[in-house]
Design a protein around this ligand. Structure first.
Ligand SMILES: Cc1cc2nc3c(=O)[nH]c(=O)nc-3n(C[C@H](O)[C@H](O)[C@H](O)COP(=O)(O)OP(=O)(O)OC[C@H]3O[C@@H](n4cnc5c(N)ncnc54)[C@H](O)[C@@H]3O)c2cc1C
Length: 604
């Protein structure tokens, strides 16, 4: 053990996006010593990329908003598969968390009377997203980071990847990590670990995610024996860039539609009017005239009294609609749809409200969005599924393990509403930090880490240098991404999913033959090889859960079962490790209590 760099903390937070930072701040504030690790540099997490805003029922822009409406929107957006208590806590606590962020120095866009301005977004009944132009995540990370570095009892480890969780009996006792630059190993003892590692977007070829998102937290928790929940629900955001190919998948914020942008097919039709699901029919405009009036009201800063345009339906609905238009031959030249803001807002307004989008299209596609329509199509964006947690404490099913943010499951059900992730990070990051601190306080004595356990992990991690095989890790990763997009994408069939499982096994065999040249210093090939195991675990979990859910709901579409099925609406699909096999079981969904039923029905 002496040959490893070793540190001890009350709490280890893995991941320094919004959830990790908020958890670390809370735990440190409560007096715990905290080690905070991230795979890249501090400040460079997905949270920094968030564009549209953070959802909180502040009711600044429309006084009709309330936690009750936010709760209802979240549950309906999630097709009622959400953990109701998490949805309730999110809706009730998000305003306080956003105000707190402002008190810590975040500068949001303002109403004319100086309050935090809120914008419209898909699935939210009223303008609810507090924002900073289309760079909200940047402001959030800047503020949280400032607050983090002020904490005395907190150390940050940048460019460190956690490769395994350590256990003492059935309890978490720390983590084993490696430094990405030197390749040196780290043993981090801790009474509790909070996983805040974000998503799994890199499992698919077309995605809006950056290189870090290889499902590490999901795989670490699974490996340590924790339950995963709702893994079949992968969010395909409807609007990613489709052209040029080199930038395919990069996100085009929903804020474009929130600001009045419309979707059209190659015939110039606003096709979304044809795709309004029954559940949402009474809330969405069914004529262009009504939809245009809503936009005019919003632009003029008036309270909209008519129904919203169908472009603001939930992401699952819009992504499926674009896919169908393309499939039926009405797609844009590069296989997407047209998103037009140019004919709806003045160039000055577009540059002011959507500066990043203006720049993104100008620099990457040579398109001036103040004059031309954008070409957009679905891109893998967000993971609704994740580590199963207790709704109040964020405790996972393994003692000492907590999870928050995108890596945790349950809150968003079958589909997340835009803006609800940033509020999730603040509300449940804080809760996870507080619970982990309380758990650590209650445990006396140092967490035990066995020498043979860490020696075995260290030996496992260097195996790729010692193999005789000839496989290339990048080629295996690419083949997996291509396969997942083809067989476990937006529309899924049993045959395709079973084929995907067989392919995962073949890819696993290929991954076991990867040989990495060189040594541990500055070796991205080695990092990619280690990431592969996580990607394969997560891909298998998504595929197995997708086979189990024999219905269509939210982001999960099964071609043989195009409708939602009441029986599946009452269960979550749980994935857990059983020896060397992955078990999949259905468990009853916690039932919404009677006092919340009128809120859900819009009667309270
Ligand atoms: C382009 C884009 C725009 C978005 N816009 C919005 C928006 O407007 N509103 C909204 O609500 N949501 C938005 N989202 C979603 C939202 O940004 C993310 O869901 C959210 O930021 C996730 O936060 P997190 O704290 O859970 O994880 P992240 O911010 O993803 O951070 C994860 C952290 O974990 C670290 N990590 C991962 N694996 C390891 C490991 N093995 N060891 C050590 N560290 C590790 C990473 O380095 C990183 O520090 C957007 C997402 C994208 C990609």
């Amino acid at each position: 053990m002496d040959r490893f760099e070793t540190h001890s903390y009350d709490i280890l937070v893995v991941g320094a996006g919004g959830a990790g930072l908020r958890a670390a701040i809370e735990a440190a504030t409560q007096g715990a010593s905290v080690g905070l690790l991230c795979k890249s540099l501090l400040g460079k997490a997905h949270t920094v990329m968030a564009e549209g805003g953070v959802a909180a029922a502040l009711a600044n822009t429309d006084a009709r908003d309330s936690w009750q409406v936010h709760f209802r929107d979240t549950m309906r957006g999630g097709k009622l598969l959400n953990n109701w208590r998490m949805a309730q806590l999110l809706a009730q606590e998000a305003p306080a968390r956003v105000n707190e962020l402002e008190a810590w120095g975040a500068l949001f866009d303002r109403t004319s009377d100086g309050r935090i301005l809120q914008r419209n977004f898909g699935g939210h009944q009223y303008p609810r997203l507090a924002h900073v132009g289309d760079r909200t995540g940047l402001e959030m990370i800047r503020t949280l980071q400032d607050k983090t570095v002020q904490q005395r009892s907190l150390d940050v480890y940048m460019e460190c990847t956690v490769a395994r969780l350590l256990k003492d009996g059935d309890r978490i006792s720390g983590a084993f990590a490696y430094r990405r630059d030197t390749g040196r190993f780290l043993v981090l003892r801790a009474k509790a670990v909070v996983l805040a590692t974000g998503g799994i977007g890199r499992t698919y070829k077309i995605n809006s995610n950056s290189w870090e998102y290889t499902g590490d937290g999901h795989a670490l928790a699974y490996g340590a024996g924790a339950d995963l929940i709702d893994m079949e629900f992968v969010q395909f955001h409807p609007t990613g860039m489709v052209w040029p190919l080199s930038v395919r998948g990069i996100l085009v914020t929903e804020g474009v539609r929130g600001e009045g942008g419309v979707l059209k097919n190659s015939k110039g039709e606003r096709f979304m009017f044809r795709y309004i699901p029954e559940m949402f029919r009474k809330d969405f405009a069914d004529t262009e005239e009504e939809a245009n009036r809503w936009v005019a009201d919003v632009i003029a800063g008036r309270k909209a009294e008519v129904r919203r345009p169908p472009e603001l339906l939930t992401r699952d609905v819009v992504a499926r609609a674009i896919t169908q238009e393309v499939r039926e031959g009405r797609g844009s030249p590069h296989g997407g749809a047209f998103l037009d803001i140019a004919s709806r807002r003045t160039p000055e307004e577009i540059r002011k409200k959507l500066p990043s989008m203006f720049q993104q299209f100008h620099e990457l596609a040579d398109v001036d969005i103040t004059q031309q329509a954008m070409e957009v199509g679905p891109t893998t964006h967000y993971m609704m599924g994740g580590i199963r947690v207790h709704p109040e404490t964020q405790a996972a099913t393994v003692p000492g393990l907590f999870a928050a943010g995108e890596v945790a499951g349950g809150l968003h059900g079958a589909n997340r509403l835009g803006g609800n992730s940033l509020s999730d990070l603040l509300v449940f990051g804080r809760r996870a930090g507080a619970s982990a601190a309380a758990y650590a306080k209650a445990r006396t004595g140092e967490p035990q880490v066995r020498t043979d356990q860490v020696e075995a992990i260290a030996a496992e991690l260097v195996v790729p240098f010692e193999r005789a095989g000839e496989e290339n890790p990048y080629a295996v990763q690419e083949a997996l991404q291509e396969m997942m997009g083809t067989y476990v994408g937006i529309a899924r069939s049993e045959d395709d999913l079973k084929h995907a499982l067989a392919e995962i096994e073949k890819l696993r065999a290929r991954a076991a033959r990867v040989r990495v040249p060189g040594h541990r210093q500055y070796n991205p090939g080695w990092h990619t090889t280690l990431d592969l195991d996580n990607l394969l675990t997560v891909s298998e979990a998504v595929t197995r859960a997708a086979i189990e859910r024999r219905e269509s709901r939210g982001a999960h579409t099964r071609v043989e079962y195009p409708e939602s099925d009441k029986r599946f609406g009452a269960v979550n699909v749980i994935v857990r490790r059983q020896g060397e096999t992955m078990a999949v079981v259905q468990e009853p969904l916690p039932q919404v209590p009677d006092e919340l039923k009128p809120v859900l029905a819009g009667e309270a």
